[in-house]
Design a protein around this ligand. Structure first.
Ligand SMILES: NC(=O)c1ccc[n+]([C@@H]2O[C@H](COP(=O)([O-])OP(=O)(O)OC[C@H]3O[C@@H](n4cnc5c(N)ncnc54)[C@H](O)[C@@H]3O)[C@@H](O)[C@H]2O)c1
Ligand SMILES: CC(C)[C@H](C(=O)O)[C@@H](O)C(=O)O
Ligand SMILES: [Mg+2]
Length: 361
């Protein structure tokens, strides 16, 4: 049976990195006879320029008909402050996440042994590291109402947002985290700010409740400020981290540093039906866009996650991971993960090297 894959470049380096992941997906599709059918859609700033909306109707229709969506990145200074907030490129990403109900965002931070020297942390802190950050993606302060900019009684403008989580939203992401931990080292660390924020007092209480269904999994709690520090001084203490939308956004960028580069961190965003949206954790990197120097590996590994979680092709996913390892073993590196003695390659050369390695498997 054919499966539909929607490819969305987005903006900036999104164009370059999705092109590489597309090559890899097409190669594995042919090699393993997966019957994948590819279609293309737009999201973000260029989508707004062309269609007047960052999440155009046409993309919406295609997204709902797809078995898996692979996305690059969006946004850029050319759109900053130019449009109303609901038409900003970033809003397109929030809209698609919300529209597809993608509440569970998996952000695995794994240290490739070949890149231990490229990470800014000491090798002994990083080697063997394997953390799974589970970020709640459709609630919290990103979506809470009311929000906006208003004029207060003193005639001064003030900005405001609402951080809100219902019990069911917390419970739902809690179950995802505990079930993921059962397949790993059976430890969940829930990260909150329950010493200050009511919303996370409830978060902590519900996590405790959910934990009762998983006696084989150990639950701990940590305040987010401490977690930010612990990720740097002792990242290997973590197995699964579960946290809300904003803390998850920040902590996953921080965790990417243990892998050597933000260009190495893939992600999967899943809904109840496990149709999924796959994207690197990084942004459109306007500083290097169009130069063919971006690291495409986070996107290529996001494609592997898509094969595993949404397209029922775990062996093909495994082959992509193997191919990435072969390329890293050969010493090929994009600029962001360079270290002494390695060969620096461009974004497209990296993509081609992964395809070549894949064809040897
Ligand atoms: N999911 C997304 O689409 C997403 C995520 C984050 C930021 N953004 C948007 O991207 C734009 C730029 O944001 P930013 O600069 O804060 O974050 P960014 O992640 O785009 O870039 C941060 C730094 O990391 C580098 N970097 C990022 N990805 C890389 C890769 N694959 N290879 C090598 N280096 C890489 C960049 O060159 C830059 O120095 C903004 O408009 C922002 O809103 C989009
Ligand atoms: C671009 C932005 C809306 C997005 C987020 O904050 O979720 C990004 O930073 C991410 O991590 O995917
Ligand atoms: Mg982010």
């Amino acid at each position: 049976m054919t499966k539909k894959v929607l490819l969305i470049e987005g903006d900036g380096i999104g164009i370059e990195i999705v092109a590489q992941a597309e090559k890899v997906l097409k190669a594995v599709n042919e090699k393993d006879n997966l019957g994948l059918e590819f279609d293309y859609g737009m999201l973000g700033g260029r989508a707004y320029d062309q269609h007047g909306h960052p999440y155009p109707e046409e993309t919406k229709v295609k997204a709902h008909q797809s078995d898996g969506i692979l996305f690059g990145a969006l946004g850029g200074p050319q759109w900053d402050g130019k449009t109303e907030r609901h038409l900003r490129p970033e809003q397109g990403l929030l809209d698609i996440r919300s529209d597809l109900g993608l509440f569970a965002n998996f952000r695995p931070a794994t240290a490739f042994p070949q890149l231990v020297d490229a990470a800014p942390l000491k090798p002994e802190l990083v080697s063997g590291l394997d953390i799974l950050i589970i970020r709640e993606l459709t609630g919290g302060i990103y979506f809470g109402q009311p929000r906006g900019i208003r004029t207060n009684d003193q005639g001064e403008r003030e900005g405001f947002n609402t951080d809100v989580y219902s019990e069911s939203e917390i419970r739902r992401i809690g179950h995802v985290a505990f079930q993921a931990a059962q397949k790993r080292d059976k430890r969940v660390c829930s990260i909150d700010k329950a010493n200050v924020l009511d919303v996370t007092v409830l978060w902590r209480e519900i996590m405790e409740e959910v934990a009762k269904d998983y006696p084989d999994v150990e639950l701990s709690h940590m305040y987010v400020d401490n977690a930010a520090m612990q990720l740097v001084i002792n990242p290997k203490q973590f197995d699964v981290i579960v946290t809300g939308n904003l803390f998850g956004d920040i902590l996953s960028d921080e965790a990417s540093m243990v892998t050597g580069s933000i260009g190495m961190l893939p992600s999967a965003s899943l809904n109840e039906k496990s149709a999924g949206f796959y994207e690197p954790c990084h942004g459109s990197a306007p500083d290097i866009a169009g130069q063919n120097v971006a690291n495409p590996l986070a996107t290529i590994m996001s494609a592997a996650m898509m094969l595993q979680y949404s397209l029922n092709a775990p062996e093909s996913a495994q082959k992509i991971t193997q191919a990435v390892n072969i390329v890293l073993d050969k010493g090929l590196r994009t600029r962001d993960i360079q270290s002494e003695g390695c060969t620096i390659v461009s974004c497209s050369e990296m993509g081609e090297a992964v395809v070549e390695a894949l064809n040897t498997l």
